[in-house]
Design a protein around this ligand. Structure first.
Ligand SMILES: NC(=O)c1ccc[n+]([C@@H]2O[C@H](COP(=O)([O-])OP(=O)(O)OC[C@H]3O[C@@H](n4cnc5c(N)ncnc54)[C@H](OP(=O)(O)O)[C@@H]3O)[C@@H](O)[C@H]2O)c1
Length: 268
């Protein structure tokens, strides 16, 4: 079997959220393998850093600043990628926002913005590539959801539910697109060291370095893993958590989360 680097060499990969954290580091790793990359996020300078760092690695790097919650802008991104690259082999919808939104002071503006970016943004990222993938009868669509999407975590009504919606959306796409040779993958990370988790509002067990996360995602994509949860200790905790009946869940999970009482609504 080809090495991971050989498999990615020359592949045309779109990554949203490529200006920071998981998306930026994944772009750097796949770029080192020689993939052609289209980077999407709002902060152009940070994506230019990725392009600079990848000079001489063999792949082409397009920097396409856009807001994923802007449908027209994302249709424009897809047109530009298809114009410049001819096709996309892999589209990774990773851009997202975290957030805390405790029910007693629930902020509907945060809720709306979280859904616009995490839910609509994912659809605006992936859907414009479906017709060209159907025509080629090949392609991989990837969504970066979260382990937070399996149950309603405390003080996370907006984030958890947006991540659950992403997972279910991706599952429907997977079923529908399988007959066309297109794979749709759900990636569910646990805690990863990125600016999103650079705070101490709650406990983050088994947090992994971002480079480890990039390797795990890169390997899961190559294996066309339909549903991928990592790291494994958090996968186990998530499965246990999913089994808890409500009377236990409501008491145990808030107590273990280490969340501060005075948490105010905010996006992360
Ligand atoms: N870190 C974790 O522990 C963890 C765990 C599970 C899941 N995840 C998921 O992994 C993904 C990446 O998170 P991260 O930890 O890497 O966070 P991060 O470092 O804060 O990066 C978030 C990325 O999303 C982009 N983004 C946010 N809003 C956007 C918008 N409206 N339009 C375009 N791009 C936008 C940001 O770019 P600009 O600001 O430049 O637009 C940035 O590149 C998210 O979907 C997150 O939910 C993270």
């Amino acid at each position: 079997m080809a090495s991971l680097a050989e498999w990615y060499r020359g592949k045309k990969v779109v990554i949203t959220g490529a200006s920071s954290g998981i998306g930026k580091d994944l772009a750097l790793l796949l770029g080192e393998f020689g993939a052609d990359l289209a980077l999407v996020a709002r902060r152009r300078e940070s994506m230019e850093e990725v392009r600079q760092a990848l000079q001489g690695k063999g792949g082409e790097v397009l920097v396409l600043p856009a807001d994923v919650s802007d449908r027209q802008a994302m249709e424009g991104v897809a047109r530009e990628v298809l114009d410049r690259f001819g096709h996309a082999d892999i589209v990774i919808g990773n851009a997202g926002v975290g957030g805390l939104n405790p029910a007693p002071s629930f902020d509907l503006d945060i809720h709306q913005r979280t859904y616009a970016i995490n839910c609509l943004g994912l659809a605006y990222t992936l859907v414009p590539f479906i017709p060209s993938m159907i025509a080629r009868r090949d392609g991989i669509l990837v969504g970066v959801s979260s382990l937070a999407g399996f149950r309603g975590l405390p003080k996370a009504g907006s984030y958890s539910s947006s991540k659950a919606a992403q997972g279910v959306f991706l599952e429907s796409l997977r079923v529908d697109l399988r007959p066309y040779g297109i794979s749709v993958l759900r990636i569910h990370p646990g805690f990863v060291e990125t600016p999103m988790t650079d705070h101490d509002e709650f406990r983050m067990p088994f947090k992994v370095p971002v480079r480890k996360s990039s390797w795990l995602i890169a390997k899961a994509i190559r294996r066309r893993k339909a549903v991928y949860l990592y790291p494994w200790p958090m996968k186990v905790l998530t499965w246990v958590n999913r089994m808890l009946p409500p009377f236990l869940y409501d008491r145990v999970v808030p107590a273990l989360s280490g969340q501060k009482e005075e948490i105010r609504p905010r996006m992360l």
